[in-house]
Design a protein. Structure first.
Length: 317
């Protein structure tokens, strides 16, 4: 009888031990699984401080995600708003006029008439300068304790995407910058598809025209890239540094021309000697465009390329 009871007790004990071991194993597995789950944090401290190299080769340290910004660059102002960071803006330049919300932001003047004292008093976390700003101005602001970011990526259209990325990194909007790049890239791809296989018209883009002075989008500029992507053949592609000659324009006699819609530019061009003899002028193929959309390497370049394409190839749209 004792041996029978002992046998039952032994079976019960073995069963209990097995259950305990199984539970322990499960608990151990749970710990391992839990350890593998990544901890997601919205803390930007892992990104900052960051160091970027500016236009003049200086290293600029961004200590933390900025809460206040001043932008004296119209294209960067547009990018900031496109990255859903407009609420960080506490100052702008007189030329920062897009989007409409910029009108409610304090105006600190232009690069040629800048209220430096007021900027220092406002003490933004980051100040974006236009690529046209001088090294002296940048140094003056830096020496007064302002974190200055001045970029220069104007030579190619790809530089526009670099603007998105760099501004996104500085202001802690990396995901938004990636989304903006994808959106603009998709716009441009759609235009390329629409004009593929069509004969490109010869095009001349008038940046400035006056007696003896002719500036345009030469082959080493991002606007040249835009003309090409829009299905045009830039007659000034053999020029450099935005400079061209009236003699060459007359010689090449472009199929159509583009100029700014501001400051009565078209009205003055059609009266100029040499220009008024061009077929594009005589046959009213000098088209006014929103110059700000084109010359600013901002979030509207996809729109600008489509505007050009519709003028070059109306049959494709």
């Amino acid at each position: 009888m004792k041996s029978k009871i002992s046998k039952h007790v032994l079976i019960i004990l073995l069963t209990m031990i097995t259950i305990v071991l199984l539970l322990a194993a499960c608990a151990k597995d749970d710990v391992i699984i839990e350890e593998k789950i990544p901890i997601v944090s919205d803390d930007s401290s892992e990104t900052y401080p960051m160091t970027i190299v500016d236009k003049f080769g200086d290293s600029v340290v961004i200590e933390k995600a900025p809460n206040t910004l001043i932008s004296l660059s119209p294209e960067i102002t547009e990018i900031i708003f496109a990255l859903n960071a407009g609420e960080l803006m506490i100052g702008r330049s007189s030329y920062c006029d897009n989007p409409i919300e910029t009108k409610d932001i304090q105006d600190f003047g232009t690069l040629f008439d800048l209220n430096v004292e007021s900027i220092v008093e406002a003490n933004p976390d980051v100040l974006f300068l236009s690529s046209m700003a001088s090294e002296d101005l940048a140094s003056n602001l830096k020496n007064q304790g302002i974190t200055v970011v001045i970029l220069d990526k104007d030579s190619t259209l790809e530089g526009t995407y670099a603007y998105y990325q760099t501004v996104g990194q500085v202001i802690n909007r990396n995901d938004e910058a990636k989304a903006l790049e994808e959106k603009v890239g998709a716009q441009i791809e759609a235009v390329k598809l629409a004009v593929a296989g069509l004969t490109p018209p010869t095009v001349y883009y008038v940046v400035h025209a006056a007696e003896g002075v002719d500036t345009t989008a030469t082959g080493d500029t991002f606007i040249h890239d835009m003309i090409t992507l829009a299905g045009g053949d830039n007659v000034a592609k053999d020029g450099t540094d935005w400079m061209y000659s009236l003699e060459k324009i007359i010689e090449k006699n472009p199929d159509l021309m583009l100029c700014s819609q501001y400051w009565d530019t078209k009205a003055s061009i059609v009266k100029l000697e040499g220009y008024k003899e061009l077929d594009a002028i005589k046959e009213d193929r000098l088209y006014e465009v929103d110059e700000n959309m084109i010359v600013r390497q901002g979030p509207r370049i996809g729109d600008a390329i489509e505007v050009m394409a519709r003028l070059f190839h109306p049959e494709a749209f």
